[in-house]
Design a protein around this ligand. Structure first.
Ligand code: AMP
Ligand code: GLY
Length: 428
């Protein structure tokens, strides 16, 4: 089978690597891909926004499956266009991608179908005064969220009314998120620990991959700004077998059914960002795609035929036995450019990128120039250890050992990836 992967991050490198293990893969293309994906297939210099060129390419190369990594092309309707052209695609239509595109849609869906999540109210920019009045008598901390896509920055946790008032002004008056902030969600603050669960679904049936935990904040001990994710590990011991069943029964299965009942059949990876509270698991957010960096830790733990899994979904008949959890564990530590998630410099040479046992170095913001590999983004590499035993402490030490040999000017990474699980496994 010939496969085209859309995207250029660590997630797409991990998707490509897992697809390349499949015996039925004949050729792999990335659009646009990154330096790491070059060793797996052909990188194509076409923008993911250029739907016409993507369709022409799929036809001329006779692509059997398109796998869409990032949310933007999904929300913009790339999967719809591909399906209209009879090209098999892994990823939801725009109407189903709404679950990530508009938090107001996701929240109302969860309310309507009794899917556990934080209590909330919603205001639009014409209701500034009403929103300000609401904040006067609200309970703190609370969370203010831009309704639309805001590159992972649209969630602000406010500890008091002053912070909340300022946030309201930033969104509705200064319009820091543009039209993505024309509507806001004000949500109850949930106490607990987070986990990411990926459900692979053809719209009716599903399987869940091993649960992961992301590390969203830039600093150790979850301090500082939110980022796209600074590291991840899997499986997350927080999600015991018992809790996994509850998550599937109360969240995954009802959401997939709800989407179907709403006429928005979800085909692809439904990412549930969860808070495990004292009242049980609740949804923090849904995404319409694989998470990054979680994918870099989750996929290497799968045995079996990942291409068969994604293709079976794309043709509407999920093969639940295509892959299985191998029994090991993985720790992915993101090496970022100094300054990220704010401004950072690029173009620094990366050294020490040699393969070593139990290590996969996934590329994200890298580029090649005159035989050298240079930094080209905020999140540069995902250094991932994968071992056959479920021993996160060992996997963590292998990942950091590999990372200590890699260098570029301004290299920054958290030093505590997986510590939550290592320090207190099975706390639930
Ligand atoms: P999101 O972009 O929706 O994933 O939110 C970013 C991060 O904000 C989440 O990973 C949580 O750590 C935090 N967060 C979002 N909503 C809530 C909430 N209602 N209560 C507590 N933390 C939250
Ligand atoms: N790691 C968070 C995300 O992919 O949205």
């Amino acid at each position: 089978m010939k496969v085209l992967v859309i995207g250029s991050g660590g997630r797409e490198h991990a998707l490509g690597r897992q697809l390349s293990i499949s015996p039925s893969l004949t050729r792999l293309f990335f659009l646009p891909g990154n330096t790491g994906t070059k060793s797996l297939g052909k990188n194509l210099d076409i923008s993911p926004d250029n739907f016409d060129d993507i369709i022409s390419l799929c036809k001329s190369e006779k692509i059997d499956l398109v796998v869409i990594g990032p949310e933007k092309p999904l929300v913009d309707g790339l999967a719809d266009v591909l399906r209209k052209n009879s090209i098999a695609v892994f990823g939801p239509d725009a109407s189903a991608a709404e679950i990530e595109a508009h938090k107001s849609f996701a929240k109302s869906l969860m309310k309507k179908y009794n899917i556990p999540s934080a209590d909330y109210v919603e205001f639009d920019s014409t209701q500034l005064e009403m929103a300000a009045k609401y904040l006067e008598s609200a309970k703190y901390p609370l969370v203010i969220k831009a309704d639309g896509l805001a590159a992972g920055k649209g969630v602000i946790i406010c500890s008091n009314i002053n912070e909340a008032d300022q946030t309201l002004e930033q969104l509705f008056v200064n319009r820091i998120f543009g039209s993505a902030g024309d509507k806001i969600i004000i949500e109850e603050f949930m106490e607990g620990e987070e986990a990411s669960v990926f459900a692979i679904t053809d719209g009716s049936d599903y399987i869940c991959l091993p649960a992961a935990q992301d590390h969203k904040r830039i600093g150790d001990n979850d301090t500082g700004k939110n980022t796209g994710g600074m590291g991840a590990y899997a499986p997350a011991p927080l999600i015991t077998n018992k809790l996994q069943l509850i998550v599937e029964e109360q969240i995954i299965a009802p959401t997939i059914k709800a989407m179907k009942d709403e006429g928005r059949i979800f085909v692809g990876c439904l990412y549930a960002g969860l808070m495990i509270t004292s009242e049980g698991p609740k949804v923090v957010e849904f995404n319409c795609r694989f998470g990054d960096p979680e994918t870099q830790a989750v996929l290497p733990l799968l045995e079996g035929d990942f291409l068969e899994l994604l293709h079976s979904v794309a043709i509407g008949k999920l093969n639940k036995n295509a892959v299985a959890y191998s029994g090991g564990c993985a720790v992915c530590v993101v090496a970022a450019s100094s300054g990220y998630p704010d401004a950072y410099q690029t173009g620094f040479e990366i050294t020490g990128l040699t393969d070593s046992e139990n290590i996969i170095v996934f590329h994200a913001g890298t580029k090649e120039s005159e035989g050298k590999i240079l930094t080209a983004g905020g999140r540069v590499l995902g250094v991932t250890s994968v071992i056959g035993q479920n021993d996160l402490a060992r996997a963590k030490s292998i990942a950091y050992d590999a990372l200590s040999k890699i260098y570029f000017e301004g290299i920054y990474y958290r030093t505590d990836i997986a510590d939550r699980a290592i320090k207190k496994p099975n706390q639930i």
